[in-house]
Structure formats: C-alpha cells, structure tokens
Ligand binder design. Structure first.
Ligand code: ADP
Ligand code: MG
Length: 696
C-alpha cells in the first residue's frame, strides 16, 4: 500500500508536476502569473495545455471540464473529451491553450438575478491558474471563473480573487508605511472547519424532507438527545471511521490538507478541518470536500447531511472560517510576536479588523444569511445574529491603554507596553476561551463562526478581505499625510479604539442580557435573512464595493435578488414537502392506526368487555382530534403558500414567507410531532429521530 506522502496530491497538476513537465521558460512564466498575478502570455497557454493533457491522460483522463462556482452555491461542470477526428476514422487526443483558457458553457439556466436576459445565454469561463487543475472521475478539472458575455460576474470566484488583490494591495501599502520594505504580496489565508451529520442511507431515503430539503420538517424529540454530552470527541464508530478514512484518502489525492476529524456535540454529528491555505484554494477545496463527503458517504451506505439544522432540538452545523493574512516573506500579520517592529504591525492590522467589523457588521451578517442558517443563528447553540468581536482580556487591556495613551501594565511578571514598544508573546490559551463569540481572535487568526455548514466560504471571505482592505486604505490615507508619523499612528489607533470599541465583547454571547447590551451599544441585530439582505444594497455598501471594484451596483442588485429568491424558493419547497408528507403519509397512518384501535374496541364490546375508560377508545378520540387539527394546520400552510406566491414584490414575498408561511409550518409540525408520540411505531410512516440519530 502506498504511504500518505505518495498519495498526497497525486491527482493534482501542482507545482512539482509543473516543474517536471513544463519547459523552464514556460514554468517561470506560469509561476509568475500564479505568484504575482501577472497576466498570462497566450503562447505559454498552449504549452501548458499540452503538458496538462499528457499528464491527465496518464492519470486516466479522457475528458476535461471547466469547473466553476455559479451562484447556486455548489460547483458546476460540463465535460468535453480530448478527441479530435483524423482521416481514416481515427482520433487523436488534443487540448489547446485556447480551450484551457476559455470555455463557453450555455449559461441560461444559472441564476443571474436578472443580469442576463435569456436570449443572451452566453457565459464564459476563464482559467484561474492560481488554483491547481486536478483529475477526478477520469476528467481533468480546470478551476475557472465565470462571467457573462458583457463581462458581469456570475460566480463566486471572480469577486473573491478581486478581494484578494485588494487586500494584498492595501496591506502592502500599509506595511511600507510601517517600514517593511520586503513584502510584495499579502495573501488572506483560511482554514474552514466543516461540520456535518452522517445517517444511514436507507433511513434517509425513507424521508422526503431529508431528500428534498436537507432537514427534517417533522420529528418528535427522542428520549435521548445531546444532554449527556457523550458524543463530543467520543470514540468514533467503526462504520464512521471507515467513511472518514476513505474520505481522507480521496481528499489527500486531490491535494486537500485534511487534518483533524472528530465527533461533534450532537449525536451523529462530526467535524473535519483541513490545514489552512490561501483563500482561493481553500474555497475550491472546501467545495470539493463537501462534494466528496456526500459521495463517499453514499458509497458507505450513509447519507451526509450538510444542512445547517437537520434536526430540531440538537445542535446544528456550522463552518468556522479561520482567517488571517500572510506576507510572501512568511509572516502572519496577526501573530502578536516578540519583535516590537512586528507588534506595531500587529496592532495596526488588529485596529483595521476592529474598524472593519464594526463599520460593516451588516455585510458580515449578510454574508452568512440563508434560510438554513436562520435556524442556527440566534438559537442558543450558535453565535447570535449580532456581530461582535472577542479579543480576550489581554488584548483588551492593551487597547484600553492605547485609548488612554498610557503604558500597559501586565498583571503577571512580564510587562507589556503599547504602541511602538515591546509586547511579549501572548499566551494563546488566554485568548481562546470564548466559544460563543461570532468573531473571535484565537491567538494568531480570527475565527468567524457564523457561517452555515453548507455555505461556500467565498462570500464571507470576499466581505472580510474587502472590509479590512477598506479600513487599511483609510488608515494609509491618513498616515501618508502625517508630518510626525509616530504620533499620528498613536492618534490613529487611539481614535480607532475609541470609535469602535463597542464591537468588542468578551462575555457570553448566548446570554439574553447581551441582546439588551448590544442594543444599548447600537449594534445591529438582524435576526433573519429577510432582515439582513436588504443591507447588501445600502448606499454605504455600494460605495464600498465600487471603490474597490469588487461588485458594480448592478452586480450587487443581481446578487441580492438571487439570494432573496433563493430564500423564497427554499421555503416554498419546504412547505410543499411538508404538505405532501402530512397528507400522503402522516394522516393516512393515523387513520390506519385509529382503525385498528377502533376494531379492537368493537371486538371488546362484542364480547361484553366494559369499555368505559378504555385506553384504546380514548386514544382514538385523541388521535381524531389531533389529526383534524393537523389537517386544518396543513390547510393553513397551503393558504399561506398561495398568498405568498401571489406577492410580486420580492421583499414583500420573502417577508410573507418568513412571517406567515414559516409560522404555519411550525404549528403544523407541532401537531404532527405530538401525533408521532401517540401512534404505534408499526404505523408511523418514516424513521424517527431515535433511528436517524442513533442507528449507525
Ligand atoms: P478549533 O476547533 O479549536 O477552532 P481547529 O484546530 O479545529 O481549532 O481549527 C483551526 C483551523 O484554523 C485549522 O483549519 C487551521 O489550519 C486554521 N488556521 C491555523 N492558522 C491559520 C492561519 N494563519 N490562517 C488561517 N487559518 C489558520
Ligand atoms: Mg473552531
């Protein structure tokens, strides 16, 4: 058997392969594109395409595909074979630079939010050489960006790449001001921790709600939930372990740095975390990871649930987006470090994050808004919908002294000083205690914890990169004009802390008092997707995105529409599924059971048994009442749905879904869940929570 180092990246056209397969000049030119963002020479593309194809054929590939990330949140691909006809009915394998660089999938069925009229269906994909090509399913996968004929962006990768350019530019500009003459490029790095549930595939198939919506729309609480906390980090069951090993191997082949795996808090819940990489690559890898999780699970007779809230009453699944900035000289800009020069840098970048998060709470909230994540944010398990930063006592102490213009005195033996003076290393543990914060400093990076498990991490990272770049840019504007740099720097940090400290909160974010406190501080509390999304289009945000050329106003509007439409569509599907399950499965099963009970009662009666207070008779009465109630409530869902879909105005429709349809659905569910506790297991039409969560 091959060892992990041999397996790792074996299906990837990575740097080592390029160095080996490409002529020196070609390699150098491509490398410069990858590392410095210089434009690719078309002559180079032909040579690269040829080498790529030869290598891919060796790995069993017969096809290639431009792999892209449309606004559906998942990836898309269309496969073309390498064959090219020759005389005599033969074929040869061919792949040109043009085919490598540009593709033209029919784009008419991808969401564009009104950007592209259906008569103008053309969309283009363009090779992204900063993310390695790879072979999967006998196909060469070429990571690409996706845009419309008129150049409007239709995907998640293009704005992400733009935001990476912007943060690099602004970070380098700031580093120059702070005396760094070496750094020429700064990359944002991300390590996304991925949570998921695994359940038995046969059980999954018997539940329409899981199949169509990814979450259970019905289900009474099982006798045991997560209260014993015996699943978190518990021993992994053999069947799950086999899945995890298979998954790791497949991820490693694709060069994905799968590192940590463990059981999570809820029964049947698990987590996988890779070692961090650049934001762009981390995004591609996370998409692949989610896809492979589903596929490998299927192979092992399991179903992988990536929905944010598959089960009521136990924790939902999130994705922790660990984010930092690294220079091309190998420095993590959020590493507090020992060197005073570095610490100055650390403090300025820290201030930029504080300013960015405070000024753009709305955008961070927008970036994690979805129907699925609404079940999580705000429930007592995930960060609340209020954005705040956790820094820990030590950093807060430093910020206090910056604001007061006084040296920072550490309580322990070693003394820390602020600003231009020495700061010793922080003990990491002291900054990594708070698990309730939506945005926590964790020693040398920030952990943004509001993402839903099924999210592409592109969106949140576009926002993070852009807002921090904007804060840095404002800082630089001010510092570049300063006559006395050091005192202006101190003043800038002092002002920043004074203005934005309201965003810092080290306490328990789940406590109800925090909601009141946050309101006093004037922080936003955008409880649902419908409340959050309109902020995307605010004047402030259009200005921000235009300034940094991330999105045009038209692109923002189109994205807003796609997201809001998606919200309505998800709720529509959920409501329809609920109606279907109630009418075709639950109510008939209640009737069948009632009939059996009635027959029992009749039989008893016929042989003269006294049926006053008879349990079966009483049960029939209660079942009938509840079934009528469920039936009425399902009618209400139907009525609400008709009303919702009759509303033309998108925001109005979304609001109606949120305020009426969802409410009716919750009421219908309550009746059905009570019925579940009364109906014999033999009659209940689909697997219960106990079976789903405890049967692996
Ligand atoms: P925890 O469960 O305590 O949050 P994990 O070890 O599961 O921590 O995850 C931490 C994640 O942070 C990993 O994916 C890791 O690679 C990532 N990470 C570490 N350093 C950085 C960094 N400089 N930039 C981005 N991500 C980082
Ligand atoms: Mg974490």
């Amino acid at each position: 058997m091959k060892g992990v180092p041999e397996i790792f990246g074996s299906m990837v056209f990575n740097d080592a392969v390029m160095r080996e397969k490409l002529p020196k000049d070609t390699y150098k030119s491509l490398k410069s594109t990858i590392e410095n963002g210089t434009e690719l020479d078309p002559g180079v593309a032909n040579v690269v395409a040829n080498a790529m194809m030869d290598w891919a054929i060796e790995k069993g590939a017969t096809h290639y595909t431009h792999w892209f990330q449309p606004m559906t949140g998942i990836t898309a691909e269309k496969h073309d074979s390498f064959i090219s006809p020759q005389s005599g009915g033969r074929v040869i394998m061919e792949f040109s630079g043009k085919e490598l660089i540009k593709g033209e999938p029919d784009a008419s069925s991808f969401p564009s939010g009104g950007l592209r009229a259906t008569f103008e269906a053309r969309g283009y994909t363009a090779w992204d050489p900063t993310s390695y090509a790879f072979v999967k399913d006998n196909t060469l996968y070429i990571p690409t960006a996706f845009c419309s004929y008129s150049g409007e962006v239709l995907d998640k990768k293009t704005p992400l790449l733009r935001s990476m350019e912007v943060i690099s530019k602004e970070a380098v500009r700031m580093l120059r001001l702070l005396g760094d003459t070496q750094t020429t490029r700064v990359t944002s790095t991300v390590g996304p921790e991925q949570e998921y549930f695994l359940i038995d595939k046969a059980l999954f198939r018997r539940r329409k709600d899981l199949m169509f919506t990814g979450r259970t729309l019905f289900g009474a609480r099982p006798p045991k939930g997560q209260e014993l906390e015996d699943h978190y980090f518990g021993a992994i069951k053999p069947r799950v372990m086999e899945f995890m090993q298979d998954l790791d191997n497949q991820l490693w082949e694709l060069g994905i740095l799968a590192k940590t795996k463990h059981n999570e808090v809820a029964p049947a819940q698990h987590e996988l975390a890779p070692i961090f990489s650049t934001t762009n690559v981390a995004t591609d890898h996370n998409q692949l990871t989610m896809e492979l999780m589903r596929r490998v699970a299927d192979k092992h007779g399991l179903a992988c649930l990536l929905h944010e809230k598959p089960f009521a009453g136990v924790n939902g699944s999130g994705k922790h987006n660990n984010w930092s900035l690294a220079t091309n000289t190998g420095r993590n800009l959020f590493e507090p470090g020992k060197n005073p020069h570095e610490n100055k840098i650390f403090l300025v970048f820290l201030c930029a994050v504080i300013k960015a998060v405070d000024e753009h709470q709305d955008l961070l909230r927008v970036s994690v808004a979805s129907a699925g994540n609404d079940h999580r944010l705000g429930a007592n398990e995930a960060p609340p919908a209020i954005v705040s930063i956790f820094l820990g006592d030590e950093l807060c102490g430093i910020l206090d002294s910056i604001e007061a213009g006084q040296p920072y005195e550490k309580r322990s033996a070693c003394t820390m000083r602020t600003g231009v003076q020495v700061l010793p290393d922080f003990i990491k543990d002291t900054t990594d205690r708070n698990r309730t914060s939506p945005f926590a400093f964790t020693g040398n990076k920030f952990e943004f914890r509001m993402l839903g498990s099924s999210f592409s991490i592109a969106g949140p990272n576009i926002i993070l990169n852009t807002i921090v770049a904007d804060a840095l840019s404002q800082f630089s504007d001010r510092l570049e004009k300063a006559s006395d740099f050091d005192s202006e720097l101190c003043a800038l940090m002092r002002d920043c802390v004074a203005q934005h400290r309201r965003i810092i909160f080290n306490g328990n974010n789940y406590a109800p008092e925090w909601v009141e406190e946050a309101e006093r501080r004037g922080l936003l509390n955008l409880k649902s997707t419908v409340d959050a999304l309109p902020h995307f289009k605010s004047e402030k945000n259009i200005k921000l995105f235009s300034k940094h050329r991330i999105f045009t106003e038209t692109e923002i509007n189109s994205r807003y529409e796609i997201l809001m439409e998606n919200y309505c569509k998800v709720l529509n599907i959920e409501a329809l599924t609920m109606i279907d399950m109630a009418k075709k499965e639950i109510i008939p099963s209640v009737f069948a059971y009632s009939r059996e009970l009635s027959e029992t009662v009749a039989a008893k009666k016929s042989i003269g048994v006294d049926i006053t207070d008879d349990a079966a008779a009483e049960l029939v009465t209660n079942l009938t009442k509840l079934a009528n109630c469920l039936s009425k409530r399902i009618s209400s869902v139907e009525d609400a749905l008709v009303a919702a879909n009759g509303i033309d105005d998108l925001l109005g429709r979304a609001r109606y879904f949120r305020e009426n349809v969802l409410l009716c659905m919750n009421e219908a569910r309550a009746a059905a869940d009570e019925l579940e506790t009364m109906v014999s297991g033999k009659y209940w039409p689909f697997p219960t929570y106990s079976e789903l969560m405890f049967c692996i």
